[in-house]
Design a protein around this ligand. Structure first.
Ligand code: RNT
Ligand code: ZN
Length: 422
């Protein structure tokens, strides 16, 4: 266990080592503290929401596992989020899906939701000084069971979901106004076919028309920012997803929307780190859904992988911190859900720290001079510099446990609170 003195000593040694390669660790930590991660509510209850007992259905996604203690009510979910956020350094945001509305005993359908159904969430966020982001929910609903929502050939189904989209932007605007920070509203539409379509075009035309209609209503960008998320394939939509990358890249550029790049939504050998600087040639801002694809699943818990570091490096190297919104998107029901949040969120903050500790100018100079030997050698060297000591110091300064001490707190919460939920 690290004592305060050890943490400080290790930090001052690390600081010196980074200084030797031209990196100011204090400055890096200052920048790190300004970066907010949008923490997704849905890891806390396996994307169930509070609408029905059935939980997550369809939509090409699945939460697997039956680890005990999942949140069953909004109070429980907020309490679990409090626990998680208290063990993560920095000030972050909450990312909420429409199915987390609190409608009391009455069932309110998705096309009739209103800001008042989110009053408790907004009050909670205000109290904790968190910004909020929002998502219309186009799955887990009888009107989504046919596999198509905004791109359905059935006009009634399409109308229902258009109304949902319109209402969600109003809710988001309200949230943004209340909290004084724009709410990023992310549209992910699961529509697609399991098997080979005979007409790929028709649904794309319908999706475009539906989106045009939703976005034709003015939403104040000071309070709401629209974002659209693509996917290559999902469970049950293996052959065709209407909202593909090309579809949304085109739509975002043509309509000045944020593009959401989900790191689990591409071909397994394709990485979003390479896409960031490419799409930002044409877009002002993007949203990242940090996730981890494993085989056919796109939603494993984020870890400090090479790709996560590369994503962070790309954002920092490109000076894109003001153009990139960081969001998390994973759901694992097989381990302690609060731990899942903490592991994933801490890992992206850690990746950002790693990126901020890179001597960009030196690397760029090697590159510009054609010294690719030096470039590769330094990149390798950086991997074993004491970023961990800087990270511990950062956690300590932000009053959260260093090392794995956070797990002790999660385990006692599990014993006292989670184990009593059944
Ligand atoms: C699904 C998308 C989407 C969802 C959330 C729950 O593949 O990534 O973002 O995970 O909206
Ligand atoms: Zn996503």
């Amino acid at each position: 266990m690290n004592t305060l003195k050890q943490i400080e000593q290790a930090y001052s040694l690390a600081k010196k080592q980074y200084e030797d390669i031209g990196v100011d660790t204090d400055a890096a930590l200052e920048i790190l503290a300004t970066i907010s991660i949008s923490v997704h509510c849905w890891q806390g209850d396996d994307v169930c929401g509070f609408e029905s007992q059935k939980g997550l259905t369809g939509g090409g996604i699945q939460a697997t596992g039956n680890y005990p203690g999942k949140a069953r009510t909004a109070e429980e979910l907020r309490s679990d989020l409090d626990m998680a956020l208290g063990l993560i350094p920095g000030r972050h945001r909450l990312n909420l899906h429409a199915i987390y509305a609190e409608t009391g005993k009455t069932h309110i359908d998705r096309d009739e939701l209103a800001p008042e159904h989110f009053t408790n969430w907004i009050a909670w966020a205000k109290d904790k000084k968190l910004g909020m982001d929002f998502n219309p929910t186009f799955f887990s609903h009888p009107k989504a069971d046919g596999g198509f929502t905004l791109s359905s050939r059935d006009e009634n189904i399409r109308r229902f979901w258009i109304n949902h989209g319109v209402i969600c932007r109003k809710i988001a605007e309200h949230i943004g106004k209340e909290l004084g920070t724009p709410c990023v509203t992310n549209f992910w539409i699961p529509d697609g076919y399991k098997d080979i379509p005979a007409d790929r075009n028709a649904h794309r035309q319908l999706l475009k028309e539906s989106l045009d209609e939703i976005f034709s209503q003015i939403a104040d960008p000071r309070y709401n920012l629209d974002s659209i998320e693509s996917k290559l394939f999902g469970i049950g939509s293996e052959s065709y997803v209407v909202g593909s990358h090309e579809f949304y890249l085109g739509y975002a550029i043509a309509n000045k929307k944020l593009l959401c790049l989900d790191s689990g939504h591409f071909h397994p050998t394709e990485v979003i780190s390479d896409k960031i600087s490419a799409v930002l040639c044409y877009l002002d801002a993007i949203l990242l859904h940090l996730s981890r694809g494993v085989r056919w699943d796109s939603d494993h818990i984020v870890i400090l992988s090479d790709e996560l570091r590369n994503i962070a490096l790309e954002v920092v190297r490109g000076d894109f911190l003001d153009n990139v919104h960081f969001g998390l998107d994973f759901f694992d029901a097989s381990i302690n859900r609060i731990a899942a949040w903490i592991i994933g969120t801490r890992s992206i903050i850690n990746a950002l720290l790693y990126a901020l500790l890179e001597p960009h100018d030196t690397l760029r100079k090697y590159e510009n001079d054609g010294d690719f030997t030096g470039r590769l050698a330094l990149m390798e060297e950086l991997k074993t510099l004491p970023a961990g000591a800087v990270w511990d110091y950062y956690c300590f300064k932000h009053d959260v446990p260093t090392g794995m001490l956070w797990l002790d707190e999660v385990r006692s919460y599990e014993k006292e609170i989670l184990s009593k939920r059944y």
